[in-house]
Unconditional design. Structure first.
Ligand SMILES: Cc1ncc(COP(=O)(O)O)c(C=O)c1O
Length: 569
């Protein structure tokens, strides 16, 4: 007998104390990602939505290619016993705090800025290798975080005031500039604090500086009746989530100058910085980027790979108005919850004060493991074992090689996906009949080649942002475009297509954007599934879209929209 189910619990439920919840807490909404969970359960579905990544494997760092080229096999998927072994000793046998990586220190309370050996490694890597050209005196400082989500939350707490319509005049309401399609976690963090979300228009490079809805337009035409002019900007400058856009250096400079003019602080969330794809430079946007990496730079990072990347906003930050977020989530694993903030020392000092009373520090276990992996044992009396095959740490060289290897692996996946998507953009429909719902493509019909979707090859990151050309669908004009797009999204999850993509609506920071144009877009993630599946799923996406463009009967659309239990496919 199951004793758990047979006992009737007669205890009263706990009191409803929600009248004590803070305004901010009451305003917090559930993450929209949950809406996807039931679709993950469809047998055989390929997750191109990318919201629950299965992308990270513990792998040995076994490089076998030059750093300049796209290394092959750098990210190996086979793992021998020996390779898999990383050990953090109980005692490292040294009292030098910068080299002491052991359980004795890791499991104690530590300093808020980070575990000393790891903090020192990352500080040096940040200042000398990632951003050797920060233009202000003495350069930036860092503090370790529990990932970029934590880093963003702490930055927002440091730099903004909560606002409530119930108690404060609109003139006190602060605002934050965001990309018109953006990473929604950030929105869900600031919205309950009462910050006004101010979207800025984008093109395929990212946030626009000029033109209608660009940063200049938004800031110079600010209407004080809406609240204070925003003093914060949240941006994902490389491989933007969800659009995959990467800002060129000239565009960064333009945007930065505007931020100087209007005294705006830039929070640069850059988890995909190392995933910049040089092969795309030659593909379709060569002119905009060719002369740009390290333009005006005086110092090299010491690595060809890092020098080849479009530098962070920090490299033009003469004022110290950039707060940069980095994370190990995309380079080691999301579950390690580890990252760091880089900014001018005074700002870091304020964030340290929050850290002391919020998280105190990232987990000692995690910091020690990552430290051992990267730095390794300090000498022969240290029983630790680092990430290298010889038991030493990877050191900066190994870490950069690892980043270059990841870039190579994702670049190959991106090229596979984009090549297939490029080839499948067009379909044939009968000329003159496409809007009439008449069965088309009979042998004697005159056929037109129509484009079903468009996209730019991403220059970085993990995402392809596809704009559906709904106006070319045979049923366009006979049903709302939003419905058509949602029906297509559902159609793709059915057999034999079985692909789950992320609809643009979930990246729309305001309902108006979702309704006006968010539904036109889908985000495809090439990082969440293995190489072969990327290829197979991309083909199925193209086939699914093609078969949807063959639908000329409104009843089929209604039927798709009516089926809400996708588990039954
Ligand atoms: C732009 C962006 N910022 C932050 C995160 C989350 O970072 P972390 O795991 O370090 O909190 C993600 C993850 O998808 C992201 O795309």
């Amino acid at each position: 007998m199951d004793t758990h189910t047979s006992v009737i619990d007669e205890s009263p439920p706990p009191l409803d104390l929600s009248h004590h919840y803070s305004r901010t807490s009451k305003a917090r909404a559930e993450s929209r990602i949950k809406e996807f969970y039931r679709y993950f359960a469809i047998p055989g579905i390929s997750n191109l939505a990318g919201v629950l990544p299965e992308r990270f494997k513990l792998t040995p760092n076994r490089p076998n290619g030059s750093l300049g080229a796209i290394p092959r096999n750098t990210v190996s998927t086979s793992l021998s016993e020996e390779d898999a072994h990383l050990s953090v000793p109980k005692f490292s046998g040294t009292s030098d705090r910068l080299h002491e990586i052991d359980l004795k220190t890791a499991l104690q309370y530590g300093t808020a800025q980070g575990y000393p050996p790891l903090y020192t490694f990352l500080r040096q890597f940040t200042r000398e290798n990632m951003h050797p050209n920060v233009p202000y005196a003495e350069g930036p400082e860092i503090v370790l975080t529990c990932g970029s989500t934590d880093g963003f939350n702490k930055s927002v707490e440091t730099l903004s005031n909560e606002w409530s319509a119930e108690t404060q005049p609109i003139s006190e309401r602060e605002g934050i500039l965001v990309e018109e399609f953006c990473y929604m976690n950030a929105i869900q963090c600031v919205q309950p604090r009462g910050l006004q979300i101010v979207p800025v228009r984008m093109d395929d490079e990212g946030m626009k500086a000029t033109g209608h809805g660009g940063l200049r337009d938004v800031l110079s035409n600010w209407d004080e009746a809406m609240g204070k002019r925003p003093h914060l900007m949240y941006t994902v400058s490389t491989g933007q989530n969800p659009t995959g856009a990467t800002l060129s250096m000239p565009r960064r400079k333009e945007l930065y100058r505007l931020c100087q003019q209007y005294d705006v602080i830039i929070i640069e969330d850059d988890p995909y910085w190392h995933l910049q794809f040089p092969s795309v430079i030659g593909h379709d946007i060569a002119r905009r980027y060719s002369s740009e990496p390290r333009e005006g730079a005086t110092k090299s990072s010491g690595f060809e790979f890092l020098d080849s990347l479009v530098p962070s906003y920090l490299s033009i930050d003469v004022d110290g108005r950039v707060v940069r977020l980095d994370t190990f989530s995309k380079t080691i694993s999301p579950g390690c919850r580890l990252g760091w903030i880089t900014a001018q020392p005074a700002l870091i000092e304020r964030i340290l004060r929050i850290t002391e009373v919020a998280t105190q520090q990232p987990s000692g276990f995690v910091q020690a493991i990552v430290a051992e992996q990267l730095i390794g044992p300090h000498g022969s009396n240290d029983n630790g074992r680092g990430g290298g095959r010889d038991g030493k740490g990877w050191a900066v060289e190994g870490w950069v090689r690892w980043l270059a290897g990841l870039r190579g692996a994702y670049e190959r996946r991106m090229r596979r996906m984009c090549g297939i998507l490029d080839d499948g953009k067009y379909t044939l429909v009968s000329k003159g009949l496409c809007n009439k719902g008449i069965k088309t493509v009979e042998p004697w019909n005159i056929v037109d080649k129509v484009q079903m979707y468009d996209f730019a090859w991403p220059r970085g990151g993990m995402f392809v942002w596809i704009e559906m050309q709904l106006s070319t669908h045979p049923l366009h004009g006979r049903t709302e475009p939003g419905k058509l797009s949602h029906a297509l999204w559902l159609h793709l999850t059915t057999k034999p297509y079985l692909v789950l993509v992320a609809p643009g609506t979930i990246f729309s920071p305001m309902p108006e954007i979702a309704e006006e144009r968010g539904f036109v877009f889908y985000r495809l993630c090439f990082a969440a599934v293995e190489d072969e599946e990327v290829e197979a799923a991309s083909h199925r996406f193209v086939e699914g879209v093609n078969s949807f463009w063959a639908k000329e009967d409104l009843g089929e659309i209604e039927e798709l929209l009516g089926v809400d239990d996708r588990g039954r496919v």
